[in-house]
Design a protein around this ligand. Structure first.
Ligand code: BGC
Length: 387
């Protein structure tokens, strides 16, 4: 196919919180995302990022189908009930993981601090015998997980601003947060284009972030193994991601320094306490796993592809395809079996269950297993700049 000229439709999110929807085939980013080995030609104009230099988009990659701003309006009246075993990542959590700093009247949490060197000495699990929550409560708990964010105004924000991107097998999400972990924009989302090639995803990302406003740096959560900004595997995307210099490409395209980490790792930075061994399991298109020791990330633990039962891997048993195939009841039974196996092998002090399908969890959870919001996948992005 010969390249055809494409134009980008850039409009800005209204105060009502609705971002523009891309205009089908005409709505493509301003440049062709560079292929491996080629230098990008034109950078996107993402609200103060590098200027766009023209329209030379190539053919082939499908345009993103639309942009949706996910925002649940705050309820009036009584504050929402949040059970103690639901971890809803807060601005403070993300900030404290990233950059413990003194707060008025409060000692900073000892999180993400360098290990003391006391290898093998670990903070205990939450006290008391593991308390099982009743099934009915677990349902309520899962339904309380909200991906809403409540942005502050840009004028109130503290520089630098980080554009946090979460590349998922089903959705691409983005949000700008300030240096104190406050969301400065709403969370925007677009379906992951299929086939999920490097070109198609970069195009969709440029389109997604074009109206998002100014930012100073970029953090990306990627669903596969990442070494120094280069993606090595991407089981739920396209083979073109093997050996793709994603960090460099985005930096070139958006004109801002970029860091990339495995998505479960980013999610973890948004929720961990920074004490002892903490494990994050994400239940989405794939199954993510991240380990943290005293707040330090152990990179690229790919438990998802380890054999679990009957010759199948954890991901084959618990990924989105499996959920769709066997239904919630059976999927929950599988999740329980998986937790029963993982827990006594790794003995983490805390296990966090996140990802888009955490909302489908219906099993009884021991006290040290917590459900977390998917927004953590974005808020953790700030920590990448403290590593
Ligand atoms: C990948 C992991 C990723 C997980 C969740 C798995 O298929 O191997 O690296 O964290 O999916 O996206």
């Amino acid at each position: 196919m010969s390249p055809r000229p494409l134009k980008i439709v850039v409009s800005f999110a209204s105060s009502a919180g609705v971002a523009p929807t891309a205009d089908g085939a005409d709505a493509a980013p301003a440049r062709v995302p560079a292929r491996r080995g080629r230098k990008p030609k034109v950078a996107a104009d993402a609200g103060g990022a590098a200027p766009r230099r023209g329209d030379d988009a190539g053919a082939g990659a499908p345009a993103a189908t639309g942009v949706v701003v996910v925002k649940v309006p705050a309820k009036r009246g009584r504050p929402p009930k949040v059970r103690p075993d639901v971890v809803v990542p807060t601005r403070a959590a993300a900030t404290e993981q990233a950059e413990p700093k003194a707060k008025r009247g409060r000692k900073p949490k000892p999180v993400a601090a360098p290990s003391s060197g006391d290898v093998g000495v670990q903070a205990p699990r939450p006290r008391g015998r593991p308390r099982k929550v009743k099934a009915a409560e677990a349902v309520a708990t899962a339904s309380e997980i909200s991906d809403a964010v409540d942005p502050i105004s840009a004028a109130q924000s503290i520089a630098p601003l980080t554009l946090c991107i979460d590349i998922g097998g089903t959705g691409l999400k983005a949000l700008v947060i300030d240096n104190a972990g406050h969301a400065v924009t709403e969370r925007v989302r677009v379906e992951t284009p299929r086939p999920a090639t490097t070109d198609a995803i970069l195009r969709a990302l440029l389109q997604l972030v074009a109206p998002i406003g100014a930012f100073d740096r970029i953090s990306v959560g990627f669903p596969g193994v990442v070494h120094n900004g280069v993606t090595k595997t991407a089981p739920n995307l396209d083979v073109s991601w093997q050996g793709f210099a994603l960090g460099d490409e985005l930096q070139e395209l958006l004109g801002k320094p970029t860091r990339v980490l495995n998505d479960a790792g980013v999610q973890g930075f948004g929720v961990i306490e920074g004490q002892g061994l903490e494990m994050v399991l994400t239940l989405g298109t794939g199954m993510g796993c991240a380990l943290f020791i005293d707040g330090r990330y152990v990179p690229n633990l790919e438990l998802a592809h380890h054999p679990f039962r009957k010759g199948k891997t954890y991901e084959e048993f618990l990924g989105a395809k499996a959920l769709e195939k066997v239904g919630k009841k059976e999927w929950n039974k599988r999740l329980k079996k998986a937790l029963d196996q993982i827990d006594p092998i790794w003995n983490p002090r805390l296990i966090y269950l996140g990802g888009g399908n955490a909302k489908n969890v219906r099993i009884e959870l021991p006290q040290h297993v917590k459900l977390v919001s998917n927004v953590a996948g974005l808020l953790g992005g700030i920590a990448l700049w403290r590593m």
